[in-house]
Design a protein around this ligand. Sequence first.
Ligand code: MF3
Ligand code: CO
Ligand code: CO
Length: 266
Amino acid sequence: MYAKASSATDIEGMRRAGRLAAGVLEMIGEHVRPGVTTDQLNDICHRYIVNEIDCVPAPLHYSNSPRVPPFPRSVCTSVNHVVCHGIPSAKKTLKSGDILNIDVTVIKDGYHGDTSKMFLVGKPTVLAERLARVAQECLYRGIAAIRPGATLGDIGHAVQSHAEGNRFSVVREFCGHGIGKVFHDQPQILHYGRPGTGAAIEPGMTFTVEPMINAGRPQVKVLPDGWTVVTKDHKLSAQWEHTLLVTTVGAEVLTQRQEEAQAFRS
Ligand code: MF3
Ligand code: CO
Ligand code: CO
């Protein structure tokens, strides 16, 4: 079964978790600068999530396979050619020109809010800036395709056509997901596809869209730590993520940040 918020309690719970997750990304922005380590950013997020907003950081000790050790930190930090699931480290010091994704998932009263954004550290290269912008546009186009009666393939097609139209590529091995009281639920939200294919989108569904867009080829590999996903060609990758609630007319962006106040007007 797909993740759904059917009762007013569920919808309010998901709104609250989403708003709190967005607030973590708003809080951390001023700390992202050359010289900071990704472990320091993790610690700031962890303390804020636990002490200030009284939530549980869902990634900490999260496991989805008995063959992989549980995730050891509270957020994911993915720098440059790291596609996703980067592990914060005291050895990873940010420098000017780096691009960084911070992926936050909080649990509030049992409900999950999952969101990520790209940060440009210091002075970005032209390519890095364009990749991060196009990846964000891919997320927004995916969201714009959401309405009852559309299909999951419409979302994937919207993302893929924009990425490839800009001569970038879409990672296939990881996808968005249903979310609610469960972190990673059905359905899978592929970031590629053909219009009109796949399951129908229905009001009440709650899922993420989280395209990973590569500057070079789409292929990725997982490092021996069992988590860190990198591009095989070591070229840059960018990702943005929101948690969505399907309404009767479109999508409500549960993890919208203040800086996006104008982004989702239709
Ligand atoms: N937040 C990621 C997602 O968007 C999942 C991270 S799982 C972790 O689905 F264990 F790596 F943290
Ligand atoms: Co997610
Ligand atoms: Co996430």
